[in-house]
Design a protein around this ligand. Structure first.
Ligand SMILES: C[C@](O)(C(=O)O)[C@H](CC(=O)O)C(=O)O
Ligand SMILES: [Mg+2]
Length: 292
């Protein structure tokens, strides 16, 4: 079954589907074993975690593909990918969709910001015309090699143009073939309901922390018509805070005793990796060798 098909099945089976950000392969393995059904590769996550860069459109398609390959090799969960603005014009966007599909992604979202993009929850974003974004979506849809690869249009228009205009844009993006709408940085029940009432494709709510949106519960979002709830960087933020306190403690205390309780144990680390199965295999191969 293709990754796109898996994503669509998960979407049909969960109202709403929770999609958690996994900045690396190990996070994807944990999310899968804990019972999540869909994962996300954040553009900010690739920029921040893999390259130490801000989320300002400075990473390339190849940078993102590398992380997609690592994650999809380690996890069988469908992976939704942040394609930012698609990395260029129609030909580039077509290549983005084809390459992401080959790398094992289940779908991607492309946004209507200008190439010099910003995080969707920051001020002073600029967006392209509806026509230009419609061309982006058409290019993505036409390039699909797996009919189930999920192409989501993200609109950042709410902050600049307001609710009505953002919904008009979303309608045009759906008419161009978008399978879903990512309503970026909208805030209230009224906003989510307005998107879901106006459109008959699944709507995604980006519940990112320290941004414009409250930390709504999935059940309330579901009641308001939201089909997908995204937690793009939640685990990453927690990992960073934990790492920060470990680095500081080692420096200040001269050892890590004060923070060892906050660490995942060796046993738990190995559990997710199936380490012991590998070790047993190795042991039995050694034993066979000795018996010869
Ligand atoms: C979803 C997002 O595009 C991402 O790259 O993860 C970011 C998340 C964030 O910066 O909190 C965004 O909302 O722009
Ligand atoms: Mg992003």
């Amino acid at each position: 079954m293709s990754a796109g098909k898996k994503f669509r099945l998960a979407l049909a089976a969960n109202k709403p589907l929770q999609i958690v950000g996994t900045v690396n392969a190990y996070c994807a393995i944990m999310a899968e074993q804990l019972g999540h059904q869909a994962i996300y590769l954040s553009g900010a996550g690739v920029a921040n975690a893999s390259y130490g860069l801000p989320d300002l459109g400075m990473t390339s398609l190849d940078n993102v593909l590398e992380d997609i390959r690592r994650i999809t090799a380690a996890s069988s969960l469908p992976l939704l990918v942040d394609a930012d603005t698609g990395w260029g014009g129609a030909f580039n966007i077509a290549r983005t969709v084809k390459e992401m599909t080959k790398a094992g992604a289940a779908g991607c979202h492309i946004e209507d910001q200008v190439a010099q993009k910003r995080c969707g929850h920051r001020p002073n974003k600029a967006i392209v015309s509806t026509e230009e974004m419609v061309d982006r979506i058409k290019a993505a849809v036409d390039a699909r090699t797996d009919p189930d690869f999920f192409i989501m249009a993200r609109t950042d228009a709410f902050a600049q143009e307001g609710l009505e205009a953002a919904i008009e844009r979303a309608k045009a993006y759906v008419a161009a073939g978008a399978d879903g709408i990512f309503a970026e940085a909208v805030k209230t029940e009224e906003h989510y309901r307005a998107f879901s009432d106006a459109l008959d494709v699944p709507i995604l709510a980006n519940i990112t922390e320290f941004g414009q949106t409250e930390l709504w519960n999935k059940d309330e979002l579901g009641e308001w018509g939201v089909s997908m709830v995204l937690y793009p960087l939640s685990a990453f933020r927690a990992m960073n805070k934990a790492a920060e306190s470990v680095y500081a403690s080692i420096l200040e205390q001269g050892d890590q005793k004060a923070v060892v309780d906050s660490m995942q144990t060796r046993m738990d680390l190995y559990k997710y990796l199936g380490y012991h199965d590998y070790e047993q295999k190795l042991d039995s191969l050694f034993a066979e060798g000795k018996n010869k």
